[in-house]
Design a binder for this molecule. Sequence first.
Ligand code: 9D3
Length: 248
Amino acid sequence: MRIDVVTLFPGMFAAYLGESILQRAQAAGTLAIHVHNLRDYTSGKHRVADEPPYGGGGGMVLKPEPFFAAAEAIFAADPARRPRVILLSPQGRPLTHAVAAELAEEPWLLFLCGRYEGVDERVRAHLTDDEISIGDYVLTGGELAALVVIDAVSRHVPGVLGDEHAATRDSYADGLLEGPHYTRPENFRGWSVPEVLRSGHAGRIARWRREQALRRTWQRRPELLLAAELDEADRLFLLILAQETTGE
Ligand code: 9D3
């Protein structure tokens, strides 16, 4: 997969993309990420990227010309195809596991990062295919959001995770939160690892983990249970949890 990013702050991307799984995927050629400085596509002596908003109201708005110039230069790198152009903005559709999996089907993505009060509407209307938000809180710009989307999407690209099926095992894939994990030592400051995990009994371990996931989801994100894939044993266990809750 090829990913391009247009931003006023390209330096924000190097540290995160230069480590761990995303670094390895780029070194292996599974992922090619190119970060472009929006200022390189501005014109005039002062290389201005932003201007005050028409109609007043304060703050600054990013001008359309540099985004179009940057995108057209990026399109020219491979005239046979077009990337899906994604604007990061607080007004976008919320990022979810399903959105990340959907974007991972694309061979080429181009992320446009906004700053200040926002981006000129003509960028959204005439350059952008998709608009994404990473949640209902205010960031100072689209850069961290682009990194979050790139990270979440990359996990779904075949070959990025060592194990082919790791992304489908992710907690959001089956609609439940994950239960607890333990490693050595067996006893730490008097807190010991649950006996069942050391029993070697694969069937009992699988059932225990499933029940822990159901219990946590029930306690913390009960709305997720409405869409989760549940079998008869899961439903029976939830009935018992519900009875515990009501004190039955
Ligand atoms: C004062 C009104 N603000 C809108 C909520 C203006 C504004 C604040 C922050 C406009 C842009 C931004 C910068 N944020 C992003 O570019 C952004 C973002 C976010 O703030 N939250 C969640 N997802 C995203 S994706 C891009």
